[in-house]
Design a protein around this ligand. Sequence first.
Ligand code: SF4
Length: 372
Amino acid sequence: MSQITEQIHSSEISDILENSLSGQPPAENDYIRLLESDDSYLIGMVAGYLTRKQFGNKASFVNNIILNYTNVCITDCKFCAFYRPPGHEESYTLTLEEIESRVKTSWDMFKIRQVLIQGGHNPDLGIEYYENSFRMIRKKFPDVGVHGLSTSEVDTIAKVEKSSTKEILSRLKDSGLQSLPGAGAEILTDNVKQIISPKKIMSDDWVRIMKEAHAIGIPSSATMMYGHVETNHDISEHFKKIVELQKITNGFMAFIPWSFEPNNTLMQKEGTVNFGAGGSELLKMIAISRLIFDGLIPHIQSSWLTNGVGMAQLALQYGADDFGGTLIGEEVVSCTGSRSTELTDKKIIDAIHQIGFDAVERDNFYETVSIH
Ligand code: SF4
């Protein structure tokens, strides 16, 4: 430890790292200094220490599927390779029977504990579609948690129904929605959103809908998609908005930084982004996230989906405590053709054991199901 202490002491961000080690998270004006620092390894050491202090040698994961219920979308995000416009020959929307059959098969085969439900902004789907799906899942598969709908999907349903997002959230909760994924945040500054997703809700709407969800007892994740047109200043603003909201609501269960995968997207075709941010940047983002959210948001996810299992193992040593989900059936990232997007619980457990940790299977609310 003394050698590390010396290295920390001679770093340009020693004050931030030493504060973190004594339980004082970085101040807002330190975020940029962390993002601009080349001392990723030291940030990672401190983040790993904070994580082990809280979780010991344990890493959690959830046995889940992703149900991409429709790829019909009218929002045309430039970073998306998944969606198809209404009427397109490759467009699809799952029926209630198809949803039931997928959840049943996954329950029978894998004993999943969560279904992550996300899809396009489909103007033909009213709220009953979602209410019927959630009610069916919770009634027929009571051990399967419903983690679904980004803030922008909630906003779309509100527009279709000519209702408020508050009212929509309340009805969705009554029908079985248990938590919201953080998707749709991307980077919470409007100058970035105007470039990558100009037709999607802007930053204030994301924050407002999350606040409304937390207020009625729907907890959520927060995400950040980095590695495209954003600057360090934008990332810093993103962190600030999440910290500010969490201090008010305490509704975020986890933070998930994941890197943009440009393959097959308009942004790659236009030459805006030619390649992903890569492994070093992932580790830095994970580590900075742990420091910033220490004592505020309990869980940081490894983001294996866009970075692979090997990077997820390293992420668990750089500040992540949760591997993420098995994500059987994922179709959004699969459309970028970047890597295999299916991982069984056995493979995750093996990957966690390979780095000498115990693997904790958890449920939708991060409660322990079993320890391996
Ligand atoms: S990211 Fe979502 S909202 Fe944007 S185009 Fe893709 S499916 Fe539509």
